[in-house]
Design a binder for this molecule. Structure first.
Ligand SMILES: [Zn+2]
Length: 143
């Protein structure tokens, strides 16, 4: 389960509206407590996929390292990632799975329809390693 405060939840949805027709992306920081991941910080990232930003996203690894370091200073870990699907459903794509590498993390997808954030879903990346990883539907609790 992913627990997220109303403000952070709205912030990640609004990010998708701002970057529409392109995908937005970012990192979720917070605490992992067994099956519950609690978000305490939403870090926006630039989408570095200039070849196909309307249906792909990529976070610069240097930006990710900086976010991770700043999070640790606040006692937070990377617990998930988010991105948007402009005019596409809030379901993961085969590319999303192929490019997801953080097993145990949440992957949040917001569909943005005609510029308005619609559905937000979360999927936990599970499995032992790259070869048997898969996405499992995960409940989002907005608190
Ligand atoms: Zn996607």
């Amino acid at each position: 389960m992913l627990k997220i405060g109303r403000k952070n939840y709205e912030a990640l949805r609004e990010h998708g509206e701002e970057t529409y027709l392109h995908e937005c992306c970012g990192v979720l920081l917070g605490q992992m407590d067994g099956e519950v991941r609690s978000v305490s910080w939403v870090a926006r990232c630039g989408n570095t996929r200039i070849d196909s930003p309307q249906n792909r996203y990529h976070i610069d690894p240097r930006e990710l390292i900086r976010i991770q370091r700043e999070g640790r200073e606040r006692g937070e870990d990377i617990i998930g990632f988010y991105h948007s699907h402009p005019d596409h459903p809030a379901r993961w794509s085969p590319t999303d799975l192929a490019e997801a590498h953080w097993i145990g993390c949440s992957y949040v997808i917001t569909s943005v329809e005609k510029g308005k954030a619609a559905t937000t879903n979360s999927f936990e990346l599970t499995g032992g390693d790259e070869n048997d990883k898969k996405f499992v539907d995960e409940k989002i609790e907005v608190v």
